[in-house]
Design a protein around this ligand. Sequence first.
Ligand SMILES: CC(C)(COP(=O)(O)OP(=O)(O)OC[C@H]1O[C@@H](n2cnc3c(N)ncnc32)[C@H](O)[C@@H]1OP(=O)(O)O)[C@@H](O)C(=O)NCCC(=O)NCCS
Length: 196
Amino acid sequence: MSHSSQSIAAALSALDGWPLLQGPRVRLRGPRDADVEAFFELFGDPRVMRYWSRPPLTERAEAEQLLTRCHDEFAARTALEWIIADENDRAIGSCKLFRLNPTHRRAELGYALHPDHWGRGVAREANTLALDWAFGTLGLHRVDAGIDPDNTASRALLHRLGFVTEGRQRESFFVEDRVTDSELLGLLGSDWRRDR
Ligand SMILES: CC(C)(COP(=O)(O)OP(=O)(O)OC[C@H]1O[C@@H](n2cnc3c(N)ncnc32)[C@H](O)[C@@H]1OP(=O)(O)O)[C@@H](O)C(=O)NCCC(=O)NCCS
């Protein structure tokens, strides 16, 4: 099936909720109010936020705001932020396609996983579900990612998924008083299919 800018825009507006994507160990599903505690734990953890574009959350209300933003961005179809849920449907992470751009058939990928689950291929499984949907079902042409160049785990994951490092922006992110470069990576739909 071939996809056009129009078909991508139409598919996004036709969504009546977050696509439910089931993998062998985890599933991607839409956020629920009950996920607020898990979100607070995740984005309040300094290990998770070490290379993030903002400092760790300190208040539960900030986690509520993040969940509200998920719903607002879904409503506007500018982003799809899924919950990564374990076999008990507990939220253990988040996986997000944002800056959704039907005209140029691209989006950006972001993710975070609770440290209890690191190092077991869970992020690879979760992001594979999102990318299969993004390229296969939605029909994107390209997915971008940007990382702090010191974030070796994130780079290893992206390279494992087939992303290629394409460049580096100097001093492009301030987190409080610290400024960092941004390493830019990209994955084309044609590479995604070829690699699999
Ligand atoms: C990045 C992150 C999602 C990786 O999660 P994970 O579940 O541990 O990753 P996976 O187990 O799926 O690993 C994927 C690949 O990356 C490699 N990798 C993971 N962590 C690594 C590390 N600390 N150092 C080197 N390689 C690492 C794995 O070996 C694996 O490659 P392989 O399949 O060839 O063995 C996790 O570390 C995280 O949530 N970090 C904090 C949030 C964050 O920085 N998000 C990205 C912002 S850009």
